[in-house]
Ligand binder design. Sequence first.
Ligand code: ADP
Length: 438
Amino acid sequence: MSEKACGCTSTDCSSSGCSPDSGHGGHSGGCGSGGCGGHKELAPEQDRMNRTLRRIKHKIVVMSGKGGVGKSTVATNIAVGLSLAGKKVGLLDVDVHGPSVPRLLSLRDAKVHIDANHIEPVAWSDNLSVMSLGFLLPNAYQPVIWRGPVKQGFIQQLLSDVTWGDLDYMVVDCPPGTGDEPLSVMQMLGADAKAVIVTTPQGVAIDDVRRSVTFVGDVGNTVLGIVENMSGVVCSQCGHVENIFGKGGGMRLAQEVGVRFLGDIPLDPEVVRSGDEGYCFLRVQQESPTAKAIQKIIKPLLLLPDPQSGSEAAAAFAAAPTLCGEVKIAVPLAKGQLTQHFGHCEQLAVVTANMDTKTVTGSELVTPPPHEPNVMPAFVERLGVNLVIAGGMGQKALKQFYEKGIAVVCGAQGGTPVDVVTQYLQGKLLVGTNACDH
Ligand code: ADP
């Protein structure tokens, strides 16, 4: 396929070719045109993209550290599940090198209508619209040989020119890894896009997941949670799930990297068949353990608060990780109350809580080392803390916590540490914006 066959005009391609590093098209909604000499006017394509994205309530990016872990399968089933729950959903397949969504949804022969500035998505149902590079390729065997800027241009075009209309959810099937394309996707979607990371139980997954979690944190986005795919095997005779890799690995992994564990999906021959034949697994196999596992993963996504309702507090809370079992939660204090200045706190309360029973089981006060850059995250890590609830925290400290796999909830208001943690456990903690003024 020629580079222009994607519909990018040469102008589009070169403008999108501005690397994200140069600040284009990033979270700030910055310049999408060449030059970037600090001009205020938005480039037309950036403006179109902003207008398209404003009509989407929740953006969920499905990522994986590497290919073949079932990322597209999970992304497709999440999109289908949300649509079956009555939500308006767009499924965007930007996996430029392996666009498999058309096959998974039996849409291989679908034709896309394109006019000057608009690309009409393919309707899978009343509630689910789909767009994939696969629709634009002449055949399924055609490899895509594009350089980075062209891929970025193509992704930008899909985000700005597809006429999704008003959506409750956009689910993005992102290329694997933590390279240019996932970076472009995150930066173009903006800071409110949230990641679902798909992994498998194999031993190397921990490093992949940690890398993906760090990547998402570094670009300023939130991880909604981890999905462990191909966890155990469904017996084709009796439907029983055999946990050949042992149980609970995904949950432990999520805990270790400090993010929510959304659930596990077994290796199921029916999933392969549904993918190959393109039938709707969730509709046909509703009662199977695999369908129930997928529905469990979708549940917290359905509970995401409406960002347009103005409830920033609820949104921040929903983005916080769900930990399980016994955890240690650190709360920075001044005069016995949660302080807005994490780095300058007088004391640190380390509250022990049971996430399953939602109870506080203990609390101790420790005196942190004198304030110096980079000291607190290492100190908190040595205390065995899983989660920090803070008023405000600088970006550097936030990044270090992400890298250490310690979750952070920012923007909490005052209160004693036990009150703050109790409210957190009960889902009642009011969380505003990160109040750090340093
Ligand atoms: P990725 O997008 O990570 O490259 P895919 O979603 O394309 O992975 O899945 C790779 C292969 O694994 C496909 O053949 C798919 O049908 C199969 N697969 C994915 N998840 C499961 C599962 N839970 N059970 C059985 N097969 C699966």
